[in-house]
Design a binder for this molecule. Structure first.
Ligand code: OKP
Ligand code: ZN
Length: 342
């Protein structure tokens, strides 16, 4: 399987993440993708290429233009305001308040942020652009006839909505790639999100659409981030009614339960008969993940890769989360090896 990787991910390296009232070393760190890349090389998964330069057009199919301008200019405005740390939101347009976009960067940050664990730094925009280029390059390989490809994206994307960043995400790489399939003539595309966290951004982007089916297996929002979306009764709206499937699961969920949810998701995908499958691949479902509560083992990742392969669809894997850094390479690549039947 082809892997697409860019070293520009390292340009996004915030100093801290607010966690439990402390500024800790960010869980979403550059070492994550370096470990995965090493594993891809070690098992000789296939060719590794750098991304091409895609314009902003494909991103603009999913994201709001003013949001894109905000991401692009945030660091400049933040430093011009005299702030010396990373750009972190501290104030929100909460219930009962106006939803107008303020002029001051402090207000803009709160308007566009869904959470405050995610800092914007000098290199964040360039890294986020490279990350979506990675996804689009892998997508183009499928367009040109590859059966499967692995977009080794960082920063991740599935929490980013049309005009929201947070949960370590800025541009929704998987959503942009999914929309690219449609723009190239696909009639239906399925987006399957197996990251531990609900893909609230992807769900929101495609919620009223019947040409894209979104399915997400995740920690129950009653107990898990992003806390305010991801319930089973969110089934889509308008023309999209019935094309959104959420599988929230509780603390301690093992592969027996998780695998049943995946089997049900696969039945839905089969009935939908899409032209392509995009997988938001997070491996924070791992038993030793530091911020999640599922109990999948490294071998379970290989097993479910094989399940996804049985759908027999052109498949684009887009990297999302996974924070057990020492095992992240084995776990992510196990999915891909399972898919390839090795
Ligand atoms: C991003 B992805 C830790 C809480 C972490 C943010 C989680 C973002 C996950 N104190 N909250 O879906 O893997
Ligand atoms: Zn996650």
């Amino acid at each position: 399987m082809l892997t697409v990787y860019s070293e520009k991910h390292a340009l996004h390296n915030p100093r801290g993440e607010l966690c439990g009232g402390e500024l800790v070393v960010p869980f979403e760190c550059p070492a994550r993708v370096e470990h995965i890349l090493q594993r891809v090389k070690k098992v000789a998964l296939g060719d590794i290429i750098a991304p091409g330069n895609f314009g902003i057009e494909a991103v603009a199919r999913v994201h709001d233009p003013a949001y894109v301008r905000f991401l692009e200019s945030c660091w400049r405005q933040w430093s011009a305001a005299g702030y010396r740390g990373d750009a972190i939101a501290t104030v929100w347009p909460a219930r009962g308040m106006q939803q107008r976009i303020p002029e001051h960067i402090e207000g803009k940050l709160g308007y566009y942020a869904l959470a405050c664990e995610t800092a914007i730094t000098r290199g964040t925009w360039e890294a986020a652009r490279a990350s979506v280029d990675v996804a689009l390059t892998a997508q183009a390989a499928l367009r040109d006839g590859e059966r499967a490809a692995f977009a080794l994206c960082r920063p991740p994307g599935h929490h980013a909505a049309a005009d929201l960043f947070g949960g370590y995400c800025f541009i929704n790489n998987a959503a942009v790639a999914t929309q690219a399939f449609i723009d190239q003539g696909a009639e239906r595309v399925a987006l399957l999100d197996v990251d531990f966290h609900h893909g609230n951004g992807s769900q929101a982007v495609f919620y009223d659409r019947s040409d894209i089916m979104f399915l997400s297996l995740h920690g129950d929002p009653k107990y898990a981030f992003p806390h305010f979306l991801g319930y089973a009764d969110e089934t889509g709206c308008g023309a999209g009614e019935g094309y959104n499937h959420n599988y929230p699961m509780g603390p301690g969920t093992c592969f027996s339960t998780w695998g049943e949810a995946l089997a049900d998701a696969c039945r839905n995908i089969r009935n939908y008969a899409p032209d392509a499958l995009v997988v938001s691949l997070g491996v924070d479902t791992f038993e030793h993940d530091p911020i999640s509560f599922f109990r999948l083992t490294s071998e379970d990742f290989r097993r479910y890769g094989a399940t996804i392969a049985r759908l027999d669809l052109p498949t684009l894997f887009v990297m999302e989360g996974g924070y057990a850094v020492d095992e992240i390479g084995i776990n992510a690549v196990n999915v891909l090896e399972g898919y390839e039947g090795r």
